[in-house]
Design a protein around this ligand. Sequence first.
Ligand code: IVH
Length: 675
Amino acid sequence: MNDAQARERIEQLSKDLDEHNHRYHVLADPAISDLEYDRLLAELVGLEKEWPDLALPDSPARRVGGEPTSDFPTVAHATPMLSLDNSYSREDVVAFDERVRRALDEGEAVEYVVELKIDGVALSLIYEDGRLLRAVTRGDGVQGDEVTNNARTIGAVPLRLREPGVSCEVRGEVFMTSGDFTDLNKRQQEAGRPLFANPRNSTAGTLKLQDPKVVASRRLRFFAYWIDLAGDRCGTHHERLDTLRRLGFPVNPKHALCAGLEEVFAFYDRCEASRDELPYEVDGVVLKVNSLDQQERLGSTSKSPRSAMAFKFAAQQVRSRLREIRLQVGRTGTISPVAVLDPVTVAGSTVQRATLHNADEIERKDIRVGDLVVIEKGGDVIPKVVRVVMEEQRTRSGPFQFPEECPACGSPLVRYEEEVSPRCVNPACKGQLKRRLEHFSGRNAMDIEGLGTAVVEQLVEKELVTDVGDLYRLDVETLAGLERLAEKSAENLVNALDQSRGRPFDRLLFALGILHVGSTVARTLAARFPSAEQLREATVEELEEVEEIGPVIARSVRDFFDQEASGALLGKLREAGLQLAAEPAAAEEPAADGVFAGLTVVITGTLEGLTRDQAGTLVEEQGGRVVSSVSRSTDLVLAGDKAGSKLARARELEVEVLDEEGFRQRLKEAGLPGP
Ligand code: IVH
């Protein structure tokens, strides 16, 4: 084959494969067998290997997966990826409909589009000039991870739109069929790898795999349900679904345009009755106001649009034997009982643990170890023990005795009148500390990769860490001394900790794990009180003045800062160079001028002509910020005599270092007489 022939064949194959792909995924009308398709794809991959220059930029050959990715950059969403409010009953839906109508003009007609709620993972796809540019996971809704190379392997995701030149963002659900999920778990088992709990978890895990070839082998699927065409808000959602199909996206065929709730309920009933026939998991339907103009007028809360609502299917129930009741200590000291069960499959997942809620519930339902129990699981909720199958019990163990001591630290549990479970109030409880550390390192908190359960367990047990502030004092040597942590992983962890120092103040606030302060509340608080100092001084009344902050949250925030340990903790975090204040918004507060404007500076060692404090004041007067430890976010280190580990760290991180002479020079440049 010569060049010209190769070019022709490559172009023909690319075109044919795109077409077959479209027929398969969008039209559900394949013209060739899977085997035939794979053969054509293999031929294209082979030709492109031989003639790499001839490969088209969006070649279907890219679907087999390219080079492994080492990280997934964080990308901000153009508009937040919100979630949906859930309803579990017709009354909930009626109330939703009433809210919608009340918010619109009187007598205005409202139509709903009802779609299946697929139990997968949301993905945002950015197309520019007709080509797939980026794929981003939902993440925390504000920003997600870029997983473009992995998304390209999803057959149902068009690499090129069927109308050239279109730029848009498309969102939809990535999922795995029940069959592919079972096969995957079979392969996992054979290879001695851990099993996935359900198709959604395996989908989320697959999207974050480093090797796109493995992703390709997992056969992820995709249905689109949203498109943003450069902010255009005309027309209806139903029309948008047509647009999506026209552009080449698969849209779930099971959807209905409903003139009122009667039709909505009829569609819901049909879907629920046939849910087991679908080759993938669904956990309900989604109602969406059809008119985009009405959607716009209804707006959204910080969590979800007011124009849409999920209507969940009833949870599925199965029976299993209760083997043990385990007690878990939460990060705020609450003791939660967990049922350990014989494994059973329910709603597509293997269940071995279920919540027993609290001490009151165990007593009320008279649940005892050894009982046959009914377990209920709805899509994304934690499975729970509903009741004991009394007619099946022959001999029973005695009623469950809730312990009087904390299972983690042994201190006596306290039962407050208004609470349903006893609580451990020992501030030094190791059980609580472990959960606090896990929360602190979590993805939406400080996102410290490598600080998982096993490491946390050892850090606490070996008393290397007594609060989250101690994490920043750990060095590679100490960490490498832990079990199952190689030198390289220890280094990675120190780097991850370092990176986390730069996380914005609101993330830190959430990470502290203050009772009732979730990530949204943390953002709200940080916007009104942009530093730990200001928040610490805020009274309950001042806190309550903030919109969306009620008395319970206000009290909890106040209680947190009133604890003696909090002051010490904040001191440690400040010293470690964490962001205890929000970055001033650029527009509101222009960067100060001065020779050190905008720089984060560390001063170390003995200076000759001035004290470190004096040097610090000069830096601050010149627009810099002085912190005490060196990290990746440090811009400059002023090192005097006998500068030790901080100087070494600066060199390691290639941070600019100035000696005293250099420092004077800088000040002189600014026209200052110098110290
Ligand atoms: S619309 C504002 N439509 O459910 C959220 N979501 O809790 C807009 N989902 O994150 C989402 N099927 O991952 C929408 N037909 C559908 C859906 C769907 C599944 C998921 C999606 C979203 C979650 C909402």
